[in-house]
Design a protein around this ligand. Structure first.
Ligand SMILES: NC(=O)C1=CN([C@@H]2O[C@H](COP(=O)(O)OP(=O)(O)OC[C@H]3O[C@@H](n4cnc5c(N)ncnc54)[C@H](OP(=O)(O)O)[C@@H]3O)[C@@H](O)[C@H]2O)C=CC1
Ligand SMILES: O=C(O)CCC(=O)C(=O)O
Length: 437
């Protein structure tokens, strides 16, 4: 990766904003780097530490041969990027999708470093991805691919090195295969090599819902801060996977009125509120949300720009860009997904006064409970769901307050405040350890 000039980012941003193509605007690595540069400039970060923290410390590319059900052999490309291990083992999910790219995985790995630092848990950051279309693969093909991907990474992962977890299109079953493959190589069961496992094989109670629970807790905090109440707050959620469905369910349980749900291939809208428990039952029966009788079908592309109080993108990157940011009508943007908002969109939202709860804070409930899972696996003693949820709530509330205090103290928006808080913490440890020696 070529090193870029360390021109003060506020100037560089102003110069490039007008000239970015949509492709440049939506490059996740560039988006991460622009926020990093802005926060580092404001922190007056030492130039050497700046270089250490700006780039990932290790990027692994593997080509994974898999025998397919029809007898053919396919080779998939996978990545694992470890951005930082300054504060502890690298930590972060693995995603399976056709459009995975190295730049995306790099950005996601860096976001994990900042996220773990925002919630002050003892991990660095990593992310993995495999270019594949999981919708077109059988369970057997997914299992063989997962096991070979794990085997290719065997020397780079481990409870003290790098601890994967679920992300888009991976789940508890995927984590069980990774744990088993790693354990076969070690000659003993090592549950703490991954988190997000099934509860009966070392998973933590509460991990499945944890990211959505974290989203619901920071929404509560934002409402208190803005003098709003759940009962008079409307919510639109994009994505009804792990993060989106659990966010919607927990907010609905708390009395928020969830009026819109968007999926990849369609959306639902009901101005009087969608009963999320009924929707979950409907999806369990039919496999899809379309046709749910408790809401009207809606255009998925219009959903983000419909009027609501809280907008929760919980699907993928770059859904709020220069193309639609000026039409966002939400008072609060709570980022369940990683990287849903581009840097250009950030500026437009700031001008409109949208209260942004940035991804590295809003969706940190998942990795926080993954930390609890790693701790429980290592001590071999497991907490009740209430204990897990109470600890999560404390961390999310404290982290929300920390970010808001940074924003006020440094006169920056919430996103840059979260980056500043995180970079400050990682820089401190990096210097103390003398990682560059
Ligand atoms: N799982 C976790 O613990 C954490 C996840 N995240 C982030 O949250 C986001 C969602 O992850 P997760 O819930 O785990 O993933 P899932 O695979 O469980 O769910 C993703 C959902 O988003 C839908 N989707 C994908 N693309 C679009 C789109 N363009 N428009 C509308 N819906 C879309 C998918 O639909 P379909 O099934 O039809 O493809 C699916 O329902 C990602 O950005 C991830 O990095 C962040 C922190 C932790
Ligand atoms: O639970 C984890 O370790 C990581 C989850 C994740 O990938 C994320 O927070 O983006």
């Amino acid at each position: 990766m070529a090193e870029e000039s360390l021109v003060p980012v506020t100037e560089r941003k102003r110069n490039t904003m007008q000239t970015l193509t949509l492709e440049q605007e939506t490059n996740p690595w560039e988006a991460q780097a622009a926020r990093f540069d802005e926060a580092a400039t404001r922190l007056k970060l030492d130039a050497g530490i700046w270089k250490v923290l700006r780039y990932p410390s290790r990027e692994i590319i593997v080509h994974i041969p898999v025998s397919m059900d029809d007898g053919s052999i396919e080779v998939f490309t996978g990545y694992r990027v470890q951005h930082s291990v300054a504060r502890g083992p690298a930590k972060g999910g693995i995603r399976y999708a056709p459009d995975v790219s190295l730049d995306e995985v790099r950005a996601l790995a860096s976001w994990m470093t900042w996220k773990c630092a925002v919630v002050n848990i003892p991990f660095g950051g990593a992310k993995g991805g495999v270019i594949c279309d999981p919708k077109k693969m059988s369970q057997g093909e997914l299992e063989r691919m997962t096991r070979r991907y794990t085997a290719s990474l065997i020397e780079f992962i481990g409870p003290e090195k790098d601890v994967p977890a679920p992300d888009m299109n991976t789940n508890e079953q995927t984590m069980a295969w990774i744990m088993d493959t790693y354990s076969m190589h070690m000659g003993q069961t090592v549950t703490s090599v991954v988190t997000g496992k099934p509860v009966n094989i070392g998973g933590s109670r509460g991990r499945r819902e944890a990211t959505g629970r974290g989203v619901s807790i920071v929404c509560d905090q934002a409402l208190k801060y803005l003098n709003m109440t759940p009962e008079s707050t409307t919510v639109i959620v994009q994505g009804f996977g792990n993060v989106g469905s659990n966010s919607a369910k927990l907010l609905w349980d708390k009395g928020y009125k969830v009026i819109g749900i968007g999926e990849y291939d369609g959306a639902l809208f009901n101005p009087n509120g969608i009963d999320i428990s009924e929707l979950l039952e409907y999806r369990a029966r039919h496999g899809v949300i379309h046709g749910f009788p408790g809401a009207d079908a809606a255009d998925k592309d219009d959903l983000l720009t419909r009027k609501c109080d809280v907008l929760i993108p919980a699907a993928t990157e770059n859904v709020i860009t220069s193309k639609n940011a000026d039409r966002i009508k939400a008072r609060i943007l709570c980022e369940g997904a990683n990287g849903p908002t581009t840097t250009v969109a950030d500026e437009i939202l700031a001008d409109k006064g949208v209260f942004v709860i940035p991804d590295i804070l809003a969706n940190a409930g998942g990795v926080t409970t993954s930390y609890f899972e790693w701790v429980q696996d290592r001590m071999g003693y497991f907490w009740t769901e209430d204990e897990v949820n109470q600890r999560l709530e404390r961390i999310m509330i404290d982290s929300f307050d920390d970010v808001l205090q940074y924003a006020v103290k440094h006169e920056v928006n919430n996103r840059i405040a979260a980056y500043m808080l995180a970079i400050d913490r990682v820089a401190y440890t990096t210097k103390q350890r003398g990682i560059y020696a």
